[in-house]
Ligand binder design. Structure first.
Ligand SMILES: [Zn+2]
Ligand SMILES: [Zn+2]
Length: 340
């Protein structure tokens, strides 16, 4: 069943050809597959990880921070879901394995696809997704705030929840290295979770400024070892990882959230050998945390959006990516306005 009055067989979609070339064009959509819904994209946020696809190209339509509305359902999905507002959960989890059975969907044992990476994503007017990846949002929440519940707040909150679980004593100091959207999400969520005011570092002054805006404090001494109980590495750069390894106290936790193609190296030196330390990696967030994330997002989301977000249209995507890849924009948010 589909919404009447609009053509749902076509979409405007962005193609990333590699070498920083993006083309937006009209395409015919394949028939909606069994178990899937067609989503009219209303908000699509840019993610730093898309810069790799901008450089190297992609066989699918990129974009994995998506919010919108269901406009069509396959025949096995109840048609009453047409019109629902929600966000798209990027990992296409199986829903049946031992991990999924306990709600640990980001640890799905059969995970092969991420929306926007291995199948078409949200730099498009429409995207088809498995119905289980469509997450309805509270009625009162604007879609541009809701989209921050994914990579920005969802990933940050999940990482922090795991970091807190490792703690055997009180957390006195929290550091965040890297103040891109994820680092800002971590700073906002540490405060929301009642952790000590996060101390933050980023070599780019405007990003540090943004972190002050969410309530963080500047981290002054990057050279002194053994300072922090939770150190969140939110950049993925080698320099940031080395700083994090220096700042973390024995018995503490280094949460490695930053994305990188480079291996995370734990050097075999006396400092790393003669210590107890959790080096923790988490990915995205499980469906079981979604309700808690909405509650947190209703508190921190509007402010985060005002600090991070810059609006753009799909047609502007090629130019926006130029500024975004130069680091001039924190989180461009593509808005689509043709939804009936
Ligand atoms: Zn992302
Ligand atoms: Zn699974």
């Amino acid at each position: 069943m589909s919404l009447r009055g609009s053509d749902l067989t076509q979409a405007r979609r962005a193609r990333f050809h590699g070498n920083n070339s993006i083309e937006v064009g009209q395409e015919v959509l394949p028939e909606l597959a069994i178990g899937e819904v067609r989503v009219a994209v209303e908000i699509s946020a840019l993610c730093g990880s898309d810069k790799r696809l901008y450089r190297d190209g992609s066989v699918v339509v990129p974009g994995h921070e998506i919010a919108g509305r269901i406009v069509e359902t396959s025949h096995d999905v109840p048609s009453c879901r047409v019109g629902e507002r929600g966000v798209v959960y990027a990992p296409v989890f199986c829903g049946a394995c031992a991990s999924c059975a306990i709600g640990f969907t980001n640890g799905c044992l059969k995970l092969v696809e991420l929306i926007g990476w291995q199948r078409d994503g949200g730099y498009a007017t429409h995207v088809d997704v498995p119905v289980r990846c469509f997450v309805p949002i509270p009625d009162s929440m604007p879609l541009d705030v809701a989209v921050l519940g994914l990579d920005t707040v969802g990933t940050a909150a999940h990482g922090l929840r795991w970091a807190i679980q490792t703690r055997m004593r009180a957390v006195e100091r929290v550091a965040v290295i890297g103040c891109g959207p994820l680092g800002l999400g971590v700073a906002a969520m540490s405060l929301d979770m009642g952790l000590p005011t996060p101390e933050v570092f980023d070599p780019i002054p405007s990003r540090l400024e943004a972190a002050m805006g969410v309530g963080a404090r500047r981290l002054h001494d990057l050279d002194v070892e053994n300072q922090f109980d939770i150190v969140v590495e939110a950049s993925g750069s080698r320099a940031a990882r080395e700083i994090a390894q220096r700042l973390v106290r024995p018995g503490a936790v280094l949460l490695a959230l930053g994305e990188s193609d480079e291996p995370f190296v734990i050097p075999a030196n006396p400092r790393t050998r003669r210590t107890n330390l959790f080096t923790l990696r988490t990915f995205y967030f499980p469906m079981s945390e979604v309700e808690d994330n909405w509650a947190a997002l209703s508190r921190v989301g509007p402010q985060l959006l005002s600090i991070l977000g810059s609006p753009a249209s799909l047609a502007e995507l090629p130019e926006v990516f130029v500024s975004f890849s130069r680091g001039e924009l924190l989180k461009p948010i593509i808005r689509f306005d043709e939804i009936g």
